[in-house]
Design a protein around this ligand. Structure first.
Ligand SMILES: Nc1nc2c(c(=O)[nH]1)N[C@H]1C(S)=C(S)[C@@H](COP(=O)(O)O)O[C@H]1N2
Ligand SMILES: [Mo]
Length: 344
C-alpha cells in the first residue's frame, strides 16, 4: 500500500493519499496522508519513558504517564483531517509549498481523551487564553509549536492515542497527538509531550510566518491563523481524464465542512450550467466528511466537464473559485473534471 502514496518529498515525508483510497468513509491508516515539517521519530518511544506535562497559566503543573492517560474516560470521535495546503496545486495562480492535489485529506475514527480532562485537573487560571502544543522534534532548529484558543481546547479538542481502532501509527504521532476537531492539520501536533497554557497566542515561526492567510505583498502576521476546514466537495470517481463507456456513470465524492455540517452536494455534468442533487451515503457524524453519489446517464459520446459543489446547513455554499492567498491555503474551489464518454 505504501508504494501507492503520491510522495512529494521523502525527507521530510510529505505524501498524499491516492484518489482511489478516498472513496470510503474511513481512510485506512497505511494510506492516510503524511505531512511533516521535520523528521518522524525513527523508533517509537518506549511508553515507560513517555511523559506529557501540562504547565503555564494553570493552578497545578502536572505530568501524566501513558498508563494514566489511558485510564481516563475514553472518547471515540470521527474527524476529517486536512492539510491547510491541500489542493494548492489546483489553484489558478502558483503558490509555494507542497503541490497537493486533493489527497491531503482523510477521515478516521480517533480514540483518546478530551483535552479538557487534563486542563480541568490542572485548573485554568483567569489568564489562560491559548493552549500551546509541543511534540518530539528530533534535530529540528525551529520547533513545530502551535497554540489554539482556550475555548477550542476546552470544547472540542481530542488527544488521540488510537486511529481507526489501532494504536496511533508512528508517523501520525505515536503515542499521542492533538486533534482540534474540524480544524486543519497544522493545529494537530503529533508526538505530543508538552502542553503550555498561555495568556496569548504562542509566538513563533509556525504561528506567525506560515499557516496564515494573507495576500501576496503583505506581511504574514497581518493574516488570520488557519483554523476550521472550509466547506468543500471532491470528486473521487471517475478520475479526471477518464474514458467512460456510455451508460450509467456512478460519480462518487466526499464533502466536508470542518466544524459545520454538510447539507448536500450538487453535481453538474455540463460545466456548471445545470446542477443535480447528489445522494448522501453512509455515516453522518460531526467533524467527519460525508460520502455522496450521483448516477449520471451518459449518452452521447464526447467531452464533458463534471463538477461538484457542497452546501452547508448554515446556508453557505462552496465557492466556484477560492480566494487566492500567498501560501495557497484553504483551496476549496470547485474543481472541473474533464472526462470523455465513448461508445460503450
Ligand atoms: N510535531 C509535528 N506535528 C505536526 C506536524 C509536524 O510537522 N510536526 N505537521 C502538521 C500538519 S501541517 C499537518 S497537515 C498534520 C498532518 O498529520 P498526518 O501526517 O498525521 O496526516 O500534522 C500536523 N502536526
Ligand atoms: Mo498541514
Amino acid at each position: 500500500m505504501e508504494k501507492k502514496m503520491r510522495v512529494m518529498t521523502e525527507n521530510p515525508r510529505n505524501a498524499e493519499t491516492p484518489v482511489e483510497f478516498l472513496r470510503s468513509w474511513i481512510t485506512a491508516n497505511p494510506v492516510f496522508f503524511d505531512r511533516n515539517q521535520g523528521q518522524i521519530p525513527a523508533e517509537p518511544i518506549p511508553l515507560a519513558e513517555w511523559e506529557l506535562t501540562v504547565e503555564g497559566e494553570v493552578e497545578r503543573v502536572l505530568s501524566f504517564r501513558f498508563a494514566e492517560i489511558i485510564r481516563l474516560p475514553k472518547a471515540i470521535v470521527a474527524n476529517t483531517l486536512e492539510c491547510s495546503g491541500n489542493s494548492r496545486s489546483l489553484l489558478a495562480e502558483k503558490a509555494s509549498g507542497n503541490p497537493w492535489t486533493i489527497g491531503g485529506v482523510g477521515n478516521a475514527v480517533w480514540g483518546g481523551i478530551w483535552l479538557r480532562e487534563l486542563l480541568d485537573k490542572a485548573g485554568l487560571k483567569k489568564t489562560a487564553h491559548h493552549v500551546a502544543f509541543e511534540g518530539w522534534e528530533g534535530s529540528a532548529k525551529v520547533k513545530f509549536i502551535r497554540s489554539i484558543p482556550v475555548d477550542k481546547a476546552m470544547s472540542s479538542t481530542l488527544l488521540a492515542y488510537e486511529m481507526n481502532g489501532e494504536p496511533l501509527p508512528l508517523k501520525h504521532g505515536y503515542p499521542l497527538r492533538a486533534l482540534a476537531l474540524g480544524w486543519t492539520g497544522a493545529n494537530c501536533v503529533k508526538w505530543l509531550t508538552k502542553i503550555t497554557v498561555l495568556p496569548e497566542p504562542y509566538k513563533g515561526f509556525f504561528m506567525d510566518n506560515v499557516y496564515r492567510v494573507f495576500p501576496d505583498g503583505q506581511e504574514p502576521a497581518s493574516g488570520e491563523v488557519v483554523t476550521g476546514l472550509k466547506l468543500k466537495s471532491i470528486i473521487t470517481q471517475p478520475l479526471a481524464e477518464e474514458n467512460l463507456p456510455s451508460g450509467p456513470v456512478v460519480i462518487l465524492g466526499s464533502a466536508y465542512a470542518g466544524e459545520g455540517r454538510v447539507q448536500g452536494v450538487e453535481v453538474s455534468v455540463d460545466g456548471g450550467q445545470t446542477w443535480h442533487g447528489a445522494e448522501c451515503l453512509g455515516p453522518d457524524e460531526p467533524y467527519a466528511w460525508r460520502q455522496w453519489q450521483y448516477v449520471w446517464q451518459a449518452e452521447a459520446p464526447g467531452r464533458y466537464t463534471i463538477m461538484a459543489r457542497a452546501t452547508a446547513t448554515d446556508g453557505a455554499q462552496q465557492p466556484l473559485t477560492a480566494e487566492m492567498n500567498k501560501l495557497g491555503y484553504g483551496n476549496n474551489g470547485v474543481r472541473e473534471h474533464a472526462v470523455s464518454v465513448v461508445i460503450g
